[in-house]
Every structure is written in structure tokens, then in C-alpha cells.
Design a protein around this ligand. Structure first.
Ligand code: SPV
Ligand code: MG
Length: 543
């Protein structure tokens, strides 16, 4: 069957096929998909199961628009034609014709209406007490439905409840004749007997005048070949998927209530991945690749946090500086949160002093065992050598510098291979007499600097004041394509004994000397280098 063929056309083919065909009940999107995967060529959207999945009775307690809503999900979830069990048509001729229009709009192939009165009752609940519709009035529902359809292949099936209501074959045939004349595309003859006696008798008399459908729920033990030989068009398995789910859910619920552990059920239930598969999650993933702008989710951050921070005295007796608490959280947690908030989740923390004390969850760790005798550059080399490399950009920062997230955004923006953020308020550090990585750039900070591209010339703690344009806070971004060049330089520098003790600032200067261009983004404030006990107190205010 060509997939492009309309569902109504495919349903009509099933109805007119010389073979016995089958419809399986589905009551929501996922059951519809399961039925399709099993190989069924069409679905029965039965009132019993649709109302049951809503938790209400099969007595028109769910409104017809609620039924329609679920049908839309079912139609979206499969390519199969759906025959809706339209109960009695939800009213008179006027309701039937509106129903037909709405079904066509939502891609439902066919509807079946039964010759009873609204609100209906399920055929297996006191069937003998159920009142049949007047034949004339029911024929008006059929005619109105057929007149309303715009698609020639849309089918209207009429269901005869004469046997259910305790009438005989004569009444069933009289009704079939009238409904056929009114334009019905097929007859569903229903029976509540445990044997197929009634439906076989009907079929024998009715012959081939129009296709005949059956719902063998009660005469389930009849061999299917009996239906084939009798020439029925379609057998509807009307409620088996829901009935299969009920004991499975009951057992699972009872086990969990009793055992209070998921281990008791895990091996007997579908994996979550199976839900994703049935939902078509892989299609969405592929679509995201096609439509969403690419985010460099593969970017990675190396946090250099090996030093003790002796100036903090007692505070770092049992932990390194990065684990000193500020507002109830270690500095490292504040740092990780800022990166995470900017969308970067692969963080490798280079530990040194008391590594076991650095154990926040969700982070990767690399250890610089020689931290006491090596410098920042060696720690970076340890971070670069750690497993879990990603193919994206590389970011570097210090484990004792807390900062506002916008600094990451500034760092992320330029397309250049190397970018650093530089604080133009460098005199503050000078006034405090603290050691800092001072930088000389292609030009100093000014309003015009926002429009210009500024480049690093030198980074050095001992830079003369006259040459100084700002202070580097340790934030570096290296584009993915330039990471191998950075690695090569780090390897060369650390091969020399002095290189093992080198500071990161020396690496920046060496990069410039090697001909690399390091883009400088000026900013002022919004970061804090925690070097002293006073800084810890300030950090509390900052965080
Ligand atoms: C249904 O599945 O909702 C039906 C068939 O109408 S029966 O429950 O047998 O009436
Ligand atoms: Mg029904």
C-alpha cells in the first residue's frame, strides 16, 4: 500500500478486501503505535476503552470532543486508518453530520454508529433492557452523515444492536436493509452470545450485499477460520490491549505497594528507553540537528585548583582554598554553578593539596601530585592530559576566583582562537599590593575600545606600571581548532625544568611570542580573587 494513500482509501480497501481483515483496539497514541508496530492494518477506537482510559463509564460520560481529542493523538501517532466507534452518533442527524466533518478534518478514516439512543450503554451491560432507535430516525443519522462527508472514501458503518436488545434475526435483517438503503457502507452485527450463532445466521441471510464486521469479544473461542469461511469482512479485536495492560499495571502497583523497592519490578517492566522509542524521540533528535542552531555543548572547562592557599591559615588546614566555604558553599561550587548557568557542564578540576577534600559531585578531577613543586602551567598540563576530552572549545579558570556569569558570555563571544577577559581597574590590585597578572595590550581601555579589536602583547606580574593596561583574572578561551596548538606549546614549555614551575601568565606571553593572537575583552569588576581571610569575607558579600 503506498504510504501516501489517504487513510480513508486504505480503510475502504480493508472493508472491501476479499480476505478477512482485522482491526485492533487502541485508546491513545502509544497503544495505537504498538498496534501498528505489531502489523495491524487498521485501528478500532472503541468507546469502551477510550472512556476507560479516561476512567469513566462507556455511557457517553466523556464528551465527544474529548474523544476527538484523543483520536487526534492516535492519528498523529500512527499512519493507520482508524475506525471510530461513534456510539450512537452523540445525538441526532445534526450531531452525526458535524461529527463526520470533524473526523475528516482530523484524518480519521471511518465511523461506526449504533442504532440506540443517546446516552448509550455498553452492549454487555443489561443489553436486553436497551432501547433501539426508530429505524426511520436512525436512517436520518446515516443519510446526514453520508451527505456531510467530503472525502468519497470516508466510510460510515452502521451497527445493529437487535440481537443485543433481545430481538431476533428478522429485526436485524429489517434494520440492515433500511440502513443499507440509507447509504451505510457496511454493517457491524453485534452479539453478546458465547457462540457465533447469531452473527453467522445474520451473515448467511445477508450474504454479500454489503461488508459485515464483527466484534467477537464474547465468542472469542471461535476459530478465526469460521469467520473467514463465513465471509466476514473485518473482525474487530475491540478491547484486548487495554485488558492486557490492566493486570500488568495492577501487579506492578501491588508489588510496589508491598515491597517498597523498584528492584521488585524493574526486570518486568519496559525500560524507559522503550517509552522514548515509542514516542519517536530519535526523530526529534534528528530534527534538532537539522533545525536548532548548533550549541557547542562539547565545550570543556579546566579549573586550576591545586594550591592550598596558605595565606588563609586555619581555613585551609583540612582543605584547599577552592573548598573554603562562602555563604555555605565551597568556592568551587560557586564557580561550577556559574559555568553551568552559562551552559558548560564538562568541568575538570585539577587538584593538588588534599585532593580527597575536593569531592563535589558532577565534576571530573585530575590530580597534580607535584603541586608543591610545580606551577599553574603544570596543573594545566595535568588537566589537558585528563581523560574525558571533548571536541569543543577549551576554557580555563582558577579555582579561587569567583565571578559573575556575564564574564563567560564576554569570553565566549569572539570568533578568535584565543580570548582573555581583562579587568581595566587594575590599579585597585596595585593599591592593595597584591600580586596580579598585569597585561600590556595593543591599546588601553576606553569607550572606543568597545569598537576595536584589542590584542594581548604581554602578561607579567612584574609589568612596569607605565606599560600596564589591565589585570588578567585567569579566564582564557581557546577555540577547538586551536586546542592542539595550545597543547603543543604547553608540552614544549613544561619540558624545560623552569616550565614546570611557570605561571599561566608566562604561557600567554609565550603564545604571543609564538605568533598567536590573543584577543582581549576589557571589563571592570564583577570577579573576586580569594587570597586572604578578608577576601573570604568579601566573597560572602559578592556571592
Ligand atoms: C467498544 O469497543 O466500545 C464497542 C464494542 O462498542 S462493545 O464493547 O462490545 O460494545
Ligand atoms: Mg462502544
Amino acid at each position: 500500500m503506498p504510504a501516501t494513500e489517504r487513510r480513508s482509501t486504505r480503510f475502504r480497501r480493508l472493508l472491501q478486501s476479499p480476505e478477512l481483515e482485522f482491526l485492533l483496539e487502541a485508546h491513545n497514541g502509544i497503544s495505537a503505535r504498538i498496534a501498528e508496530e505489531a502489523g495491524f492494518k487498521g485501528l478500532w477506537a472503541g468507546g469502551l476503552c477510550l472512556s476507560a482510559q479516561y476512567g469513566v463509564r462507556d455511557s457517553n460520560e466523556a464528551s465527544w470532543t474529548q474523544v476527538l481529542e484523543m483520536l487526534e493523538f492516535m492519528a498523529d501517532a500512527t499512519t493507520l486508518p482508524i475506525l471510530l466507534d461513534g456510539d450512537t452518533g452523540y445525538g441526532n442527524f445534526n450531531n452525526v453530520r458535524r461529527l463526520v466533518r470533524k473526523l475528516e478534518e482530523r484524518g480519521v478514516a471511518a465511523v461506526c454508529i449504533e442504532d440506540k439512543l443517546y446516552p448509550k450503554t455498553n452492549s454487555f451491560i443489561g443489553g436486553e433492557r436497551q432501547q433501539l432507535a426508530e429505524i426511520d430516525e436512525f436512517c436520518s443519522r446515516i443519510r446526514a452523515g453520508k451527505d456531510a462527508q467530503r472525502d468519497d472514501d470516508f466510510c460510515l458503518i452502521t451497527r445493529i444492536e437487535a440481537f443485543i436488545a433481545g430481538w431476533g434475526l428478522g429485526e436485524a435483517l429489517r434494520r440492515a436493509e433500511a440502513y443499507h438503503a440509507a447509504g451505510s457502507d457496511g454493517i457491524l452485527i453485534h452479539s453478546a452470545l458465547a457462540s457465533p450463532r447469531e452473527v453467522l445466521a445474520f451473515k448467511r441471510e445477508w450474504g454479500e450485499r454489503s461488508p459485515v464486521l464483527i466484534v467477537p469479544t464474547k465468542y472469542y473461542s471461535t476459530p478465526t477460520d469460521v469467520f473467514r469461511e463465513a465471509g466476514f469482512a473485518i473482525a474487530i479485536w475491540a478491547n484486548q490491549l487495554l485488558r492486557a495492560a490492566i493486570p500488568a499495571m495492577q501487579q506492578c502497583a501491588a508489588t510496589l505497594a508491598r515491597e517498597q523497592t523498584l528492584v521488585a519490578v524493574e526486570d518486568r517492566i519496559a525500560p524507559v528507553a522503550e517509552i522514548f522509542r515509542l514516542q519517536g524521540a530519535s526523530e526529534l533528535e534528528a530534527a534538532e540537528e537539522r533545525y536548532l542552531p548548533r550549541r557547542d555543548r562539547d565545550d570543556r572547562v579546566i579549573v586550576l585548583a591545586a594550591s592550598r592557599g596558605s595565606a588563609l591559615g586555619e581555613l585551609t588546614a583540612d582543605r584547599p582554598k577552592t573548598m573554603v566555604e562562602v555563604r555555605g558553599q565551597p568556592l568551587l561550587a560557586h564557580i561550577a554553578s556559574a559555568w553551568n548557568a552559562a551552559g558548560l557542564k564538562h568541568l575538570t578540576v585539577v587538584r593538588g593539596y588534599l585532593p580527597a577534600a575536593v569531592d563535589l559531585p558532577g565534576l571530573r578531577y585530575a590530580d597534580n601530585a607535584d603541586y608543591a613543586d610545580t606551577g599553574e602551567l603544570w596543573s594545566l598540563a595535568c588537566g589537558l592530559a585528563a581523560p574525558g576530552q571533548t571536541s569543543g572549545d577549551l576554557y580555563v579558570c582558577y579555582g579561587d576566583v569567583i565571578f559573575r556569569r556575564h564574564l563567560i558570555d564576554l569570553l565566549s563571544e569572539p570568533a578568535d582562537d584565543f580570548t582573555i577577559v581583562v579587568d581595566a581597574d587594575w590599579r585597585e590590585s596595585v593599591n592593595r599590593g597584591r600580586a596580579a597578572d598585569y597585561v600590556r595590550c595593543s591599546e588601553g581601555h576606553s569607550r572606543q575600545a568597545y569598537y576595536r579589536e584589542i590584542w594581548l602583547e604581554r602578561c607579567d606580574a612584574g609589568l612596569p606600571e607605565a606599560e600596564c593596561h589591565g589585570e588578567w583574572m585567569g579566564f582564557l578561551r581557546v577555540r577547538a581548532a586551536a586546542v592542539p596548538r595550545l597543547r603543543a606549546l604547553v608540552t614544549t614549555l613544561t619540558a624545560a625544568p623552569a616550565g614546570r614551575r611557570a605561571a599561566l601568565s608566562e604561557m600567554l606571553t609565550a603564545l604571543v611570542a609564538a605568533g598567536e593572537k590573543i584577543r582581549v575583552i576589557y571589563t571592570t569588576g564583577h570577579w573576586l580573587d580569594v587570597d586572604s581571610v578578608a577576601d573570604v569575607l568579601n566573597a560572602g558579600r559578592f556571592a
